[in-house]
Design a protein around this ligand. Sequence first.
Ligand code: MLT
Length: 529
Amino acid sequence: MSYKVLVSDYISQSGIDILKEKVEVYFNHQLTREEFLDIIGDYDGIIVRSMTQLDKEALSRAKKLKVIGRAGTGYDNIDLEEASKRGIVVFNTPTGNTISASEHTIGMILALSRNIPQANEALHQGIWDRKKYNGVELKDKTLGIIGLGRIGSRVARIAQSIGMKVIANDPYLPPEKAEKLNVPLLTFQEVLQRSDYISLHTPLTDETYHILSHKEFAIMKDGVRIINVARGKNLDTQALIKAIESGKVAGAALDVFEEEPIRDSQHPLMKYKDKVILTCHLGGTTTEAMDNVSIAAAEQVLAVLENKLPESPLNIFSIGAQEFNNLKPYLALINKLGNFLANWKGHERIKEIEVEYGGELTEYNSKALTTSLIKDILDPILDHRVNLVNAYLVARERGIKIKESFLKQPDELKNIIRVNITTAKGNYSLAGTSLPIGCRVIEINGFRIDLNLDGKFLIAIYQDKPGVIGKMGSILGNDNVNIASMQVGRKNEGGQAIMLIQTDSKPSVETINKIKQGLDFVELSYLEI
Ligand code: MLT
């Protein structure tokens, strides 16, 4: 592959080595924003952690970018909507640092309860003060977890094993999962009111921005302890400081901050050394987690560059390996139908694409198939890249209506896909089926045919009358165009008919003109599929 990948945040060497086997890699985690903006346009792929900001401005310069890999979980540093508009695949590696982030959280809870960092620092200065650094036990204390996802769940399990009572709030978690963990799911307010420790494990979204602020601190227990190893902006720093000053919050342990990195010893949080423990976004920074996310990000970047789906996409439908295998033959069929329609009617302005699925296809992931179809129809006819990421968006932007339906009576076939398109000039349809021997096109504009859609084709729609087929054969023969196969279909005698001629070579413009002049066709097209 002659692709170039930029790694602009620090990741472990294991991923870089994997990349280097197949692509050109530039690894520099110390680029200034200006330097980064200057070079981003040269790269096909990029791997970032949380420091590189892939915002609108950066993406507008990333003209060649096809894939963004987030080596880690949170992706609030990536403008997902803008990346999607530009057809850039974005994925993260959400499982690689679950253990590390959970263990860091537990470490923060322990450190906070036993004043470990403060006592350590004092003793290094020769101060032995057992009274000052008196702590509290965790057993029987209530830990309130906000966000019971992968990390929150693991924190819950460890905390339970050291005797804490764990309660949680997570509006998106199926109750059975919480039941399995033996964690009562309560309202957000209840968790705030009942907890001795509150640990945040939510991603940063509009909903979770400042999820803990003045109002929330006000209803917490006096002496509550706050832990944030998730995202800095989930916590309102000013509100936390006020709550520390008022004595409402006995201590806070923070690994993430509203602005990172902090390099200022005058930062407002630095005033509370005895109560606030700070680490520099170390949740996922262990040898094991760094290797995991680095390897996963590298492998998936390469997969996307090889036109495969990533394992944990953020802006593309997610599909398991088994399901993807089941869909493969239908994706191939969709690809043929889409290509045929793009070649045949792409020059007419497409206003609507409707796809009907029948037979066993009604049980499959139609979203994956329909997205592929839109891509296959629009990519060859538009002047910018249409892929699985932006296919729906592009269709919507162009005012193309997309409809999907399921055929209740699949007729005699095991599976069928019919695509109907409406253009500025008319309505057209194409149907196909996937058989063990390959894909067959079985219907064009309602005419029954049976064709393997590969090669060079002349398609004619004409009035059914004697002599048409003979004349067509003579013109092609005289011009030395060999007919490889031919099919005709009609709905009724004397009505409109369709003729599909597969040729061994491309008929010249003169030959096509001769056909047009010699035969009174309603329509004649030449396609190469
Ligand atoms: C993450 O979102 O995975 C963590 O913040 C760790 C990191 O990548 O820095």
